[in-house]
Design a protein around this ligand. Structure first.
Ligand code: FAD
Length: 437
């Protein structure tokens, strides 16, 4: 009987355990992606643009080996079971995922599939090490990164699996329209092209350029805001256009790879926390007694990059312009919102999620809670001295000048604190709050 491979955030053919296992069984394989309004209605435009391109690439790659990609629009579980009924499929394969939405979807799929005699099998593939594979003595998940990293590095990662060489869709199965059609069917309007072209082929090209030209300087330059010397592979990993295991193994063969691979361990860390604590997007992981304020004007100024603190505004404007923000800027912007303005981290996480191409529940909320002190930071009361961060990580102010046009004419130390300039720029606000140096 045919096997359905339900793609979600694993939009590749290489090192795809769920697809490889289906192909190995020798039965016809029906690759399926469902454009589900429950997800697309909440996703950033940038993410949808990336998704659209990644789906076109995936369909091309599956066709190249004789198969295809069925695109449907609607409720994922219902569409998968309808297709199983239409094709007579007896199994559905998918990659295991951890967000509350993904976990509820897979529980429902298992339940409803079992009722009609269809088996559901979940496979690894979203992280290097699957959540739950590493468990500390006396606990169900790692709460602190350093011991997790030690265990993660020493662990034997799963082997990379080969891409299927020959697939065939069962006769009579229609692939449906283009990704654009499917997205329109889910109520998504016109899309502009993604800033970084989406899809496995482009992602692999970026990875190989990064490993040859960027990775060796990562340790030295990763926090330098103006150098922008990080991989920018986060959206490729977010959509699974790159296999995390294959990526990590390849990186370790290159100079500087270990330092960069540590970031992939951070990603795995947040995923295993989310698997154990699916409420991460709405509840404090480690509740803390903070009196959050309500201040819609301050929140709006933060969102719009008009807080009067140049390093914060530069990051927030990069986010709007590029659907991306440098990690150091994300930390600074998040610290300003939660520590200085004392506005709830959930507002910040929601705004980031609405704009980031790499927006992902586990990584976004895990990091927001880390900065806010309600997450896994072992020093939840740490103070971020924002001016010191600004001078240290944007020494010459080039990152600020790149993103905050009103300050382009400032030089020297004034770029970090324009309110101290002899003639402060008239069109740039004074800081929303005392930075308490
Ligand atoms: P590189 O520095 O080249 O790192 C390589 C990869 O490692 C990244 O692509 C990413 O997949 C992973 N990674 C790096 N740092 C982290 C981290 N701290 N946590 C988890 N994974 C990491 N990352 C997301 O992918 N999605 C998010 O929604 C997200 N939200 C964030 C929100 C806040 C408040 C903060 C402080 C960080 C957030 N991050 C998020 C983590 C990090 O900022 C981005 O992964 C990184 O900036 C992406 O750029 P890069 O690909 O050049 O990273």
């Amino acid at each position: 009987r045919p096997i359905i491979v339900l793609f979600t955030r694993d939009l590749r053919v290489r090192d795809h355990p769920a697809l490889a296992a289906a192909a190995d069984r020798g039965a016809p394989v029906v690759p399926l992606f469902v454009v589900d309004p429950a997800i697309t209605s909440r996703a950033a435009r940038n993410r949808i643009a990336y998704l659209c391109e990644a789906l076109a690439g995936l369909r091309g790659a599956l066709r190249a080996v004789g198969g295809g990609l069925v695109l449907r629009c609607g409720d994922t579980v219902r569409e998968a079971l309808c297709l199983a009924h239409e094709t007579g499929a007896g199994r559905i394969h998918l990659s295991a995922d951890v967000s509350a939405l993904a976990a509820a979807r897979s529980a429902r799929l298992r339940r409803e599939a079992a009722a009609v005699g269809v088996e559901v099998a979940e496979f690894p593939g979203v992280t290097v090490v699957a959540p739950g594979e590493l468990v500390p003595a006396g606990g169900d998940h790692y709460k602190v990164f350093t011991p997790f990293w030690r265990a993660w590095e020493a662990h034997r990662w799963r082997d990379v699996v080969a891409a299927p060489r020959l697939l065939s869709l069962p006769t009579g199965v229609s692939e449906g329209g283009t990704p654009e059609d499917a997205l329109k069917g889910a109520g998504v309007g016109e899309l502009s092209p993604s800033r970084q072209p989406g899809g496995e082929q482009e992602a692999r090209r970026r990875l190989s350029a990064w490993l040859s030209n960027g990775c060796s300087s990562y340790e030295r330059l990763h926090d330098d805001l103006a150098a922008a010397a990080t991989s920018r592979l986060s959206a490729d990993l977010r959509f699974g256009c790159l296999s995390p295991v294959e990526t990590a193994r390849a990186a370790l063969e290159h100079p500087g790879g270990r330092s960069w691979v540590r970031q992939l361990a951070w990603r795995d860390f947040h995923h295993q926390v989310t698997a154990a604590f699916p409420g991460i997007a709405v509840r404090d992981y480690r509740p803390r007694d903070v009196r959050w304020r309500d201040d819609e004007d301050a929140l709006e100024a933060w969102r719009g990059g008009r807080t009067g603190v140049p390093i914060v505004d530069a990051g927030m404007r990069q986010l709007v312009a590029e659907g991306f923000m440098h990690n150091r800027a994300r930390m600074i912007a998040a610290a300003f919102l939660t520590r200085h303005l004392r506005l709830h981290w959930r507002h910040g996480a929601a705004h980031f999620h609405a704009l980031l191409t790499d927006g992902d529940v586990a990584d976004n909320c895990g990091n927001w809670q880390w900065v806010a002190g309600t997450g896994n930071d072992t020093r939840p009361n740490r103070r971020f001295n924002l001016l010191r961060q600004s001078r240290r990580f944007d020494r010459d102010g080039d990152y600020i000048r790149r993103h905050v046009a009103e300050l382009a004419g400032l030089s020297g130390p004034d770029i970090h604190a324009p309110w101290r300039a002899r003639t402060p720029p008239v069109d740039y606000p004074i800081p929303l709050t005392d930075l308490g140096e």
